[in-house]
Write a protein that binds this ligand. Structure first.
Ligand code: TYD
Ligand code: MG
Length: 445
């Protein structure tokens, strides 16, 4: 008999009862019913035979074939193109541009490979209208608006394309499952069967799935462990920018990011994002340039700080784009060694362009932005800070500085603020070396 279980979309805890509030992670309205039957598990054990075991040194490695689209930002985020037989997921808010991006990629890839695009969300007329709008109508790309999983799998097994795209997984349904399309049970079953399709046939499968307002993938969050890679498409409030980020990638670097701009005729990749970022940067008080390694690419960031004396009791900390703890820590270091009363100041802090970074915190840049706002004095233009701070107030060197300086020099950076013992290979910029945060005061009069 099939036993009903309930799963929390937030923490994946299972229970035999429904709760309004998850007893494990205490999130509200995250519990969903799943069918007790696990996909793909056969109950007829009498047909099973012991499996042959292998030694790793006898195991042959077949070189991975990568299918590059020629859209540089996508190819970099995927780790150099889609690996044959991989199982990928593209997710993001509804309306962010997932279908548009997938159509661009499918169009480019279809010039050299066989791609099937299953549009379970939109009719073929709607897809055609979009394709015309973004100039991606091709005679090589094949579409279907069928949403039944069994039909999709049979078609792929029969026709053996290089890639199938399923847009979106939440709209697919399986005739075998008793639960509704989009429910956790259906999604898990669909993902399991598509994973097998990918691995057993060498067909790359790309799923799209949308997340809810709370940032939960309405189910697909529960699929993250099954897929080889998860890419998030996120929006930014300026320049109509869309950021594609790899949050998991078995075939590439995580936190790799790609930039696109949503235009009236589709998504255009931004190949020179650092030029955009640098051009936006003005040398005003509270602003400092730093660099953060996101995935394999250094991003030149304008850090913006605003400090003002606290008016009502407790000092406010409004920090975005970076883990707030880093800014609070840097403020504490400055308070301790420079005797600046940040504890009596509100601190507002963000990264220009509302970027969110995951790389190493740009400590020295944070310190300089805070000091520049506090003293209301701008720092030199075209100047970048590359250093970390220790709790003892020492300015520490950063690893792999060359990758940052190369990028910074490309965009006309003329001065570097670095640690006194930072080893640095050839660099034409003027170097300002600091041993301790106390020495930063010399920059302000
Ligand atoms: P879409 O790719 O349908 O988003 P998703 O699949 O993530 O739900 O994108 C829909 C939005 O993008 C819609 O608000 C209109 C906008 N858009 C453009 O601005 N330019 C375009 O060329 C296209 C195709 C869409
Ligand atoms: Mg869509």
């Amino acid at each position: 008999m099939s036993k009903t279980t309930f799963v929390c979309l937030s923490c994946q805890a299972t229970s035999s009862k429904w709760f309004g509030c998850c007893p494990v992670c205490h999130e509200w309205n995250t519990i969903e019913e799943v069918s007790g039957r696990q996909p793909g598990i056969t109950r007829r054990k009498q047909h099973l035979k012991p499996v042959p075991l292998q030694r790793l040194n006898e195991c042959k490695i077949v070189p991975q074939k990568r299918l590059a689209s020629g859209i540089g930002e996508w190819d970099r985020v995927t780790g150099g193109g889609i690996v044959s037989g991989s199982f990928l997921m593209l997710t993001g808010d509804p309306g962010i541009g997932k279908s548009t991006l997938l159509l661009h990629i499918a169009h480019e890839l279809s010039k050299k490979h066989r791609i099937f695009y299953f549009s379970s969300e939109e009719s073929l007329e709607q897809v055609k209208l979009r394709a015309e709008r973004i100039n991606c109508v091709s005679s090589t790309l094949l579409f279907s608006d069928r949403a039944q999983l069994d039909e999709i799998i049979i078609t792929a097994e029969h026709e053996h394309p290089d890639i199938i795209i399923i847009d979106s997984i939440q709209n697919c349904y399986s005739s075998e499952s008793e639960t509704l399309p989009g429910s956790v049970g259906q999604l898990r079953e669909a993902a399991f069967r598509l994973m097998r399709l990918a691995k057993e046939n060498g067909i790359a499968v790309i799923l799209s799935g949308h997340i809810t307002k709370e940032g939960l993938m309405a189910g697909p969050k529960t699929l993250e462990h099954m897929v080889d890679a998860v890419f998030y498409l996120q929006g930014e409030d300026r320049w109509q920018t869309r950021i594609l980020r790899s949050v998991k990638n078995r075939f590439g670097t995580v936190n790799e990011i790609g930039f696109f701009e949503m235009e009236t005729n589709g998504l255009r990749e931004i190949t020179n994002i650092n030029k955009y970022l640098i051009d936006e940067c003005n040398s005003t008080s509270g602003s400092m340039l730093a660099s953060s390694l996101e995935g394999s690419r250094p991003l030149l960031l304008e850090l913006q700080a605003l400090t003002i004396p606290t008016q009502y009791g407790v000092a406010q900390r409004v920090i975005s784009g970076i883990d707030p703890k880093h800014v609070i820590l840097v403020a504490a270091i400055l308070e301790k060694y420079l005797h600046i009363k940040f504890s009596a100041h509100d601190i507002f802090f963000k990264i220009s362009g509302s970027l969110k970074i995951k790389g190493v915190p740009p400590d020295l840049g944070i310190a300089l932005a805070l000091l520049s706002s506090f003293f209301q004095q701008p720092l030199p233009a075209k100047c970048i800070a590359l250093g970390e701070l220790s709790l003892t107030g020492q300015v520490k060197p950063i690893n792999g500085i060359g990758i940052h300086t190369n990028e910074a020099e490309k965009f006309g950076i003329r001065e570097l603020f670095i640690a006194s013992n930072q080893k640095i290979a050839k660099c034409t910029a003027q170097l300002h070396r600091f041993k301790h945060v106390g020495e930063l005061l010399s920059l302000f009069n």
